[in-house]
Design a protein around this ligand. Structure first.
Ligand code: DWN
Ligand code: ZN
Length: 436
């Protein structure tokens, strides 16, 4: 079976789930075709609201091996994201406290300068974060189930111009993270988890079906002074900014802080601080530990904000669902009128969210000439169903488009900066269709 239906809330196990948005039967967002005749499976893309804990979640779970055994998305392609990771690495370094043992072990050493923790990054992708941690001297270990990253590492390093010597190689557990994987990591000699270590999980919680098992693994590996740091798109931004294109089969959950606090407590972890980040259309970064003396006021502030915005009420989600269709109507109208004018429209970013946008709106190669993407593994392929060719950045200069649709609008500034000399106008689809 390719997928299973969700009957109980992933966080609180309630069966009181109400569907509020259906985007139709869509292909998997990161499925790219080698040729346009390939057969493409479609899966229902419907979102449910848990009336008990306010978690939004998809109505189905696609077999993760289909989604992730080969994963074409490389985090390092975006300089904005690399800088974001650099910031997180520096934050961890500044939080690292020397454990007691080294001080008495070698009293002549200045441990404040010399002590660096080990960072285990879950779903480490192309090591974007771990490379930044490594630059600061930290011990690093990745856990990434996709098999393609090792093979393409050299190519990616050239691309991101952050060269890697053999000494810098980052050990990776080629597995989905779970309690079982955590036990293997703990028993392995590959890189021991040290006292005061960090476990990071950027943009992975939303992809996990069994969150209890995942956090059991985190709890098992984390020592009493360790910190778990997770980042995920905040469902507040999904609703407020009409970011419906971030809904696709990989994203099983759309998190508010409230259900996560409940979940973490159940798993023996306490969230002690929350930060709002602009990355990926607006994300939260949460800090959690086993032992917490003081909870930062940011936790209460975010909870209050969620409540004031009505994010714990079903009606808010039903209203959101009504706005989603506006984008479809306006984008289709705009592209149709541009076609009648003879304008050439290309897109920038063969992103997963671009797949939802184009397939939900029913766009194809007649509306969009081609999509530029700088990820080597995406170039030369075609988007599923919409059948739009993915080409390298030189094609902007060859084709001289009149308009560029920003299918990765979350990296708008970086993309405009990189293409401004082309002189095209930009179509920004989210939160509403706009030309700039
Ligand atoms: O959770 C997920 C989110 C965080 O990232 C994953 N499921 C997959 C991914 O979603 P996405 O594909 O919608 O993300 P991005 O990062 O918005 O995709 C941007 C695309 O554009 C990538 O294919 C890289 C490409 N790109 C580029 O070619 N040049 C991006 C930038 C910034 C550029 O300058
Ligand atoms: Zn629930």
């Amino acid at each position: 079976m390719d997928y299973k239906a969700v009957t109980n809330c992933r966080v609180c196990k309630s069966r009181n789930l109400t569907p509020y948005l259906s985007l139709g039967n869509l292909p998997l967002a990161n499925l790219l075709l080698n040729n346009i005749k390939e057969r493409v499976e479609r899966y229902p893309l419907d979102v449910l609201f848990c009336n008990d804990c306010a978690l939004s979640q998809l109505s189905i779970v696609v077999n993760p091996h289909i989604l992730y055994d080969h994963y074409p998305y490389y985090s390092s392609v975006s300089e904005t994201f690399r800088k974001h990771c650099e910031g997180l690495a520096k934050t961890m370094k500044s939080m690292a406290r020397i454990p007691e043992r080294p001080e008495w072990l070698f009293p002549e050493i200045n441990w404040e300068e010399k002590w660096f923790p080990t960072v285990l990054d879950i779903a480490s992708n192309d090591n974007c974060l771990l490379k930044e941690c490594q630059k600061l001297g930290m011990g690093v270990l990745g856990c990434e189930p996709a098999t393609n990253f090792d093979m393409e590492k050299v190519l990616m390093d050239k691309l991101s111009s952050h060269s890697m010597s053999a000494d810098d190689l980052i050990p990776n557990f080629n597995k989905f993270f779970s309690y079982e994987t955590a036990c293997e990591i703990a028993s392995s000699t590959i890189r021991p988890m040290w006292n005061h270590s960090f476990i990071t999980a950027q943009n992975v919680l939303a992809h996990v079906d069994d969150l209890h098992d995942f956090l059991k693994g985190v709890h098992f590996l984390l020592d009493d002074n360790g910190v778990f740091i997770a980042e995920f798109p905040h469902a507040k931004n999904l609703i407020e900014n009409n970011e419906f294109d971030t809904i696709y089969h990989e994203h099983l959950s759309y998190f508010l802080l409230k259900p996560l606090i409940f979940l973490f407590v159940e798993c023996g972890l306490k969230i002690f601080k929350v930060e709002k980040l602009p990355i990926h259309g607006g994300s939260l970064r949460i800090y959690a530990s086993k032992r917490v003396d003081e909870v930062d006021k940011s936790v209460e502030e975010v909870l209050n904000e969620e409540e004031e915005l009505g994010l714990y009420d079903l009606i808010t989600y039903k209203n959101f669902a009504r706005h989603v269709e506006d984008v479809k109507i306006h984008l289709k109208e705009l592209l149709k009128s541009l076609r009648y004018q003879g304008a050439k429209v290309m897109a920038y970013g063969a992103s997963a969210k671009g797949s939802t946008l184009m397939n939900y709106c029913g766009l194809d190669f007649i509306d969009i000439h081609s999509i530029v993407d700088e990820t080597p593994s995406k170039i030369g392929k075609f988007t599923a169903v919409s059948k739009i060719p993915i080409v390298n950045k030189n094609h902007f200069y060859l084709e001289q488009p009149d308009y560029i649709l920003l299918t990765a609008w979350n990296f708008k500034d970086e993309m405009i900066e990189k293409t401004k000399e082309i002189g095209a106008k930009y179509i920004v689809p989210i939160p509403r269709v706009e030309i700039i």
